[in-house]
Design a protein around this ligand. Structure first.
Ligand code: SF4
Length: 172
């Protein structure tokens, strides 16, 4: 007979911290271990115990993935769906060349309009999701049909102050 395992809210919250790609496997392992102890409810202690046992493995797995976010110009976004940025990332070209196949884009957002304050607010949210690097899109840096972003230095500093690496450019 399969016993449906309940989860204490604190235990469920802790499970959310496990990288998404190994979370269901971790959940199954924790439930099996709790079941062997004759329990039908997973507690925070059960999760911590499992984290100690499998922690090194999970961290090693997590390190393989580089989490990337791209910030782009709000004005340019009115006419650009961002295809060239994604194309460069998908093919690991230009400013995405150095990333391995496990890298992923976890955020793609506009600055919110001049002077780009949305970047500051969104950095906190991205940090919760483990962002490693933010690319300033090429549309913020190029001069030609439109001027280069006049707030680029402040935007760059907003990101660096949050302790996140900045790469200048995406597809150009
Ligand atoms: S702050 Fe820069 S990137 Fe943002 S809308 Fe203004 S010019 Fe574009």
């Amino acid at each position: 007979m399969v016993i449906r395992m309940e989860w204490e809210p604190e235990a469920a919250n802790e499970l959310e911290k496990v990288p998404e790609h190994v979370r269901s496997m971790a959940k199954m392992g924790i439930e099996m271990s709790a079941g062997k102890k004759g329990k039908n409810k997973v507690t925070l202690d059960d999760v911590k115990e499992a984290a100690e046992e499998f922690g090194a493995l999970m961290k090693k797995d997590e390190k393989k993935t580089t989490k990337i976010a791209v910030v782009r110009c709000d004005i340019v976004s009115e006419t650009c769906p961002g295809v060239a940025c994604f194309k460069a990332f998908n093919k690991r070209k230009v400013h995405f060349e150095e990333y391995g196949k496990d890298a992923e884009i976890i955020g793609f957002f506009t600055c919110g309009g001049c002077p780009g304050r949305r970047v500051f607010r969104l950095m906190d949210s991205l940090l919760k999701h483990g962002v490693d690097v933010v690319h300033l899109s090429s549309c913020m840096l190029m001069e030609g049909g439109y001027p280069k972003c006049p707030h680029i230095d402040e935007i760059r500093q907003m990101i660096l102050k949050k302790g996140v690496k900045v790469v200048e450019g995406t597809h150009h």
